[in-house]
Design a binder for this molecule. Structure first.
Ligand SMILES: [Zn+2]
Ligand SMILES: [Zn+2]
Length: 424
């Protein structure tokens, strides 16, 4: 457990395949609403809701990831193991290009050199029940657990089930101040060429009188400008890199320093209460719950959301990227429940009418979970059935029965979101 500072660790081959499949489908999941591959249930649902939000507002969003250095594979930055899960946090350099249009008219576009951080989580038990067969209690047909994830393929009966690991449980982008592959060389070459051309132009303007009267002698003065331009271009490029490092670095870390140490503080307090607690699991869950609540058309229908209606300004958000920092703002244990206040940083796009505004925001999110019942480390799956009419539906996404309207509010054994507000 811990950071690997000295040794470069590559992902295991099967994880590498899953990672590539995930990255390969992320863009089309946002822009076309296609199904994302190898993401956990929470990420999959949040992406679907985001696509619905974009469509409902009449926006089309192109979202494209391109590998900045195809020679380099995803590298494991840190790995974490607890009693239940093992997680690999890996990083890989991508360009992220976004373009938002409405009725063919471009409203917003950007392209950022980024690092994609993903968490790949697996169960350490080594038990992967994907191919185990189950008999649907409703219609009696036999399916594998993987097949009934979205409901029984024969009768549609829904099951509430744990994720089938390994899965990508979290992902986010941070703008990169560094260079990947030959970006540095290319950037420098461009600066040198532009500097030489600029010096040439100045020289020609300066000697324009002589040149236009047919005296071509001053053209010789262009020659020493080549090495001079190269050196000058190199210097200007170096200054540009330093300015960029400071500008991107400070905008990225603004306000986030206070979150340092939050992880270990929180981990210590939780483990004392619940030894199976996993910080990686919590952090991934927290980010997904925030995104799902923001993108949901009605968060109060979500099984895990127990708060008041969100400020309508959240419903203007059409894209959100976790900023890589989660601070602990409060912790309370009471009546068999732990309540945790967190400050989460996000880079979001607000749609104010047809105006798209990028913002860096900090949210105060309060989560709660029961700690009086032990966490079940085994795979669990339950049939969901309306107590009133017997109908089966996905209760995670809708806590009212769509057939008869009865509230189906099973108390979640997992983290629930109690409140989400913009922090000052
Ligand atoms: Zn069935
Ligand atoms: Zn019902």
């Amino acid at each position: 457990m811990g950071y690997s500072l000295f040794k470069i660790i590559h992902l295991k081959d099967n994880f590498k395949r899953q990672f590539k499949a995930f990255v390969g489908t992320l863009g089309s999941a946002v822009s076309r609403g296609d199904k994302i591959t190898f993401a956990d249930n929470d990420i999959t649902y949040a992406l679907k809701l985001q696509h619905d939000r974009l469509s409902e507002k009449g926006f089309a969003m192109e979202y494209e990831l391109t590998d900045r250095d195809t020679e380099r594979d995803a590298i494991v930055g840190s790995e974490w193991k607890d009693t239940r899960y093992e997680s690999y946090v890996c990083n890989e350099q991508y360009n992220v290009r976004r373009k938002i249009t409405k009725n063919g008219k471009k409203l917003f576009a950007d392209k950022k050199r980024s690092i994609l951080y993903t968490t790949i989580t697996d169960v350490i038990s080594g038990v992967h029940p994907d191919d185990e067969t189950v008999t649907c209690p409703n219609c009696g047909s036999v399916s594998t657990i993987a097949q009934i994830q979205g409901g029984c393929p024969y009768c549609g009966t829904q099951y509430k089930m744990d994720d089938l690991f390994p899965k990508i449980t979290s992902y986010y982008f941070l703008e990169d101040v560094g260079m990947a592959g030959n970006e540095g060389k290319k950037g420098m070459a461009a600066f040198i060429v532009i500097t030489i051309l600029a010096l040439f132009a100045i020289d020609i303007v300066y000697n324009f009188g002589k040149l236009s009267s047919g005296d071509l002698g001053p053209l010789l003065t262009l020659i020493p400008l080549l090495p001079l331009g190269a050196i000058l271009g190199y210097f200007i490029y170096s200054i540009y890199l330093i300015v960029r490092l400071i500008a991107v670095g400070s905008s990225q870390s603004s306000g986030k320093w206070g979150t340092i140490g939050s992880r270990s503080k929180f981990e210590q307090r939780m483990k004392a209460i619940s030894p199976l607690f996993s910080y990686e699991y919590f952090a991934s869950k927290a980010i997904s719950l925030i995104k799902t609540s923001v993108f949901s058309p009605n968060e109060q229908e979500l099984l895990f959301y127990k708060g008041a209606a969100l400020d309508p300004v959240f419903k203007d958000i059409i894209d959100m990227n976790y900023g890589g920092a989660l601070g602990l703002a409060g912790f309370k244990e009471e009546n068999g429940r732990v309540t945790v206040a967190t400050d989460a940083f996000f880079d979001v796009l607000h749609a104010q009418g047809d105006r798209i505004v990028p913002k860096k925001e900090k949210y105060r999110a309060i989560f709660q979970r029961r700690v009086d019942i032990p966490i079940d480390p085994n795979f669990s799956m339950t049939k969901i059935q309306c107590p009133s009419c017997g109908g089966s539906f996905n209760a995670v996404q809708n806590k009212m029965c769509p057939f008869c309207g009865t509230a189906y509010d099973i108390e979640s054994q997992d983290w629930v979101l109690l409140s989400l507000k913009k922090a000052k």
